[in-house]
Design a protein around this ligand. Sequence first.
Ligand SMILES: Cc1cc2nc3c(=O)[nH]c(=O)nc-3n(C[C@H](O)[C@H](O)[C@H](O)COP(=O)(O)OP(=O)(O)OC[C@H]3O[C@@H](n4cnc5c(N)ncnc54)[C@H](O)[C@@H]3O)c2cc1C
Length: 418
Amino acid sequence: MDADVIVIGAGLAGLQCARRLQRSGLHVRVIEAQDSVGGRVRTERIDGHLCDRGFQVLNPAYPAVRAWIDRDALGLQAFGVGVRVRTPAGLRTLAHPGRHPGLIPQSLRSGLLDAVELSALVRWLGPTLVRASVSSRATRDTTLAASLDAAGVRGPLRRDVLDTFLAGVLADSSGGGSANYVRLLLRSFALGAPGLPREGMQALPEQMARDLREPVRTAVRAHELREHAGGVTVTTDHGPISARCAVAAVAAPDLERLLDVPAPPSHGLTTWWFSAPEAPADDAFLRLDASHPRGGPDGPVWNTAVVSRAAPTYAPHGRHLVEATTLLDHPGGQAPEREVRAHLERIYGASTRRWEVLAHHVVPHTLPAQPPPLVDRSPQRISARLFMCGDHRDTASIQGALVSGDRAARAIGGLLRP
Ligand SMILES: Cc1cc2nc3c(=O)[nH]c(=O)nc-3n(C[C@H](O)[C@H](O)[C@H](O)COP(=O)(O)OP(=O)(O)OC[C@H]3O[C@@H](n4cnc5c(N)ncnc54)[C@H](O)[C@@H]3O)c2cc1C
């Protein structure tokens, strides 16, 4: 045997799985098809800028991040907890009152807060703010759109903020995702200030990989897994590897290719990264556009931010980094650069003529769909010695990937312990 357990895939789920297995005294080998660890959490350095492969943020309030990640070592640089929204009446600010008390008057004057809608939202979200879980038994789950409609959340807050913000977070503008999942997400936004590590998002999986005694073997792809008496053999492009158990810690579409396990549908997004000589805004808030007559953005961009305002390490001295996100499930998802620029000029009220495109990341599989009812503990055992983990087995998030990896390791630990 080459190892007790072979883990296929060095994304967050695979790395957490390997760390937990190693802690139980097992010999773990991790192989990764790409040339570095991280999976969907990777960072490119371009002309001194840090461009994550698709704009994403780390929420330090995720329970798995609090439990298993050294947040101090990452040096998180926080975004403002709130949004700036372009409405037909002008730019409006809505900020977390506890974190930005100085912005309470602006939030109250924004025209986005209607007393009836706000109390409906508090009733809708309240129990989740108190408990860290949403049991499908206790709270019947439906789609986000149907649930907010039924709760009476139907005013400017919904139309101009929630629908647009959540579409960017879920990579899904249909409102068809699980309402209970969104309750959990909003809970973590209420409790934490999402941010970006000093060295880019990839610093997170790199921190995890450093814990492993046997370094991750990168640029090694698994092609086939075969179970036999007493073990598993994984065929890779560098020869076979044998182990007592194997874990496929790959994303849902890869799982289907590798093991013929049906994968949930995916939602995708694209991120445009621009380098600007001057910042088009002086705040660290996400910007949304809600100026379309029926609500939502009047162009292809669902959210944008001057990332270097929140995370100064993301741009070199004298430059600023701006992200713009489009959704692949929406007609504007593949909009050409000129349309994206024109929309950004309307959002910021500033010219983009001197902005340079650093990268355009198109990520068709950003997140697995999370339809109702929320099932956040899907089975992970495929056969006697074969397991799977990843965000498609838990919630579609960093939190879900970490929990899923940990759960698979605990199950295998129980199986292999003498
Ligand atoms: C653009 C974008 C924005 C996001 N925003 C957020 C956010 O703000 N907050 C949040 O919580 N989550 C966000 N997410 C989701 C989060 O990044 C993922 O849920 C999480 O990283 C998934 O981790 P994973 O380990 O399950 O899968 P993956 O990261 O996909 O890891 C799977 C690994 O398996 C490897 N692999 C696949 N096939 C093979 C093979 N045959 N052999 C060897 N290796 C293989 C892959 O190369 C990959 O490294 C975002 C994701 C993207 C892409």
